[in-house]
Design a protein around this ligand. Sequence first.
Ligand code: UD1
Ligand code: MN
Length: 495
Amino acid sequence: MRIVSIRSYLVFVCFAIISLWLLFYFVGVGRVQNLSRAGLSDVKEKLKVKEKIMKTSFSWQLTNLVHDNQVLLEKLKVGILQHKNILLDKMRSEVSAQNALEAKQISLDQEILAPHPTLIKTTSTLKTEPPDIQENVAEKIQNVKDDNDEFMIPIMITACNRPSVSRCLDKLFSVRGSQVDNFPIIVSQDCGDKATADVLNGYGDKITFVKHDPEPVPQGVKSNLVGYYKIASHYKFAINQAFHHFPSADSIIILEDDIEIAPDFLSYFKEMHELMKKDQTLWCASAWNDNGKTSQVDATEKGAELLYRTDFFPGLGWLLKRSLWEEELVSKWPQAFWDDWMREPEQRKGRSCIRPEVSRTSTFGRKGVSAGQFFDTHLKYIKLNEFPVDWSTKDLSYLVKDNYDKSFKDKVYNLPLFRISDLKENKDPDSREVRIEYTMSHTFKAFAKELGLMSDFKKGVPRTAYMGIVTTIFRGRRVYLAPPVDWTGYVESWS
Ligand code: UD1
Ligand code: MN
């Protein structure tokens, strides 16, 4: 019994030793062998590789982490911007609702008729104009019409605290040339900034200079929105002043102090003024293309002649009729966000504006009431037209609604239907003009982003849209981003 138990004891010990050895072999030595399979012989090298593997995986993880964080940051940025826009839109609607209520209580006739007590006409000495290369072209354009034209369209400019308003004015003078009586200039200054007032006084009687006494902003308005209230109340004052000061004018051109004009700006507005007399469905003409970055427009000489109707009020250099102002707008002018208010159906009433393919204005106001980020990401890239057009020689009757709508629609809906991916893959390069279809607000937004277009809506209307259609250039091709052919109208809730 004893011998048997010692034997089994020994067998057991041997078995245990073998098992432990095997275990050690597979776990420990097996690992080293794996490294050997990679072609390495000594332990030092193996350790180096191990270290390298660890380092690579660490730096890979780190890169991933940094990338993830960047993505997160971008998402956060977009989120914050969207949230800010939603808040702004909400506040805008609240202000509009309040405006609508208040408008009913205001009796305005006095405001339109009585001259403002702060009206100042300056008489100081003339300022010399800087030479301008484009002056000759502008002179040529204006000389064609000078002899027999008895029209007057005053230009009203709002100013505040930018002495660089001189850039806006000097360009205007150089483009205006001898058409002084056709395009008199009135500058209205808000904010009471002395440096800016000095600059404006320096122009003497070349301009009519009026000053606006800022009105108190309603209590409780958030500090980042105060500027929008000031601008709106100044606009009302300044427009009233322009029409008051030039009683025979039936329209004015509205500019801002940080806007520079193209050489054919005045020639364009002169013809727009005529066109708007023929078509009551036009309630404005603008010099601005919201989607007018260089790569998005036809920047050729031919492209400079392209004009469109748009349902989206562009602002930024636009023509306002006295009748529209006095009979409709002044009595309900909003307390803030005047431009978005203009885009509401209650004001627009289904009417449209004319806008060019290539902008006739550009803005140089990086710092302003809106955050400068928008300037750096978008506004500064808007192309200012380089090929002056003599608009007096152009037949613009195709822009009248009765002529335009059917031919525009026929043209767009007869184009080949493409997908965004087709464009990116440069499918069928011979199709120089194509259509992309969107059916929902989110598809519009997604496609607009792919095409590099502004993707926001104001009361359901995308920027530059006409009959829901937005046109642009993408990789050299003309693209129409269009709703289905049976489109019946803008959906106000699209935002
Ligand atoms: C943006 C718009 C502008 C619009 C404004 C109001 C762009 C590029 N600009 O202004 O067309 O009118 O929102 O919605 O989209 N001003 C005053 N009082 C003030 C502050 C400014 O009269 O207290 C004047 C400025 O001199 C300027 C105009 O208002 O002529 C616009 O002000 P700016 O600071 O340029 O603001 P934006 O962000 O460009
Ligand atoms: Mn500005």
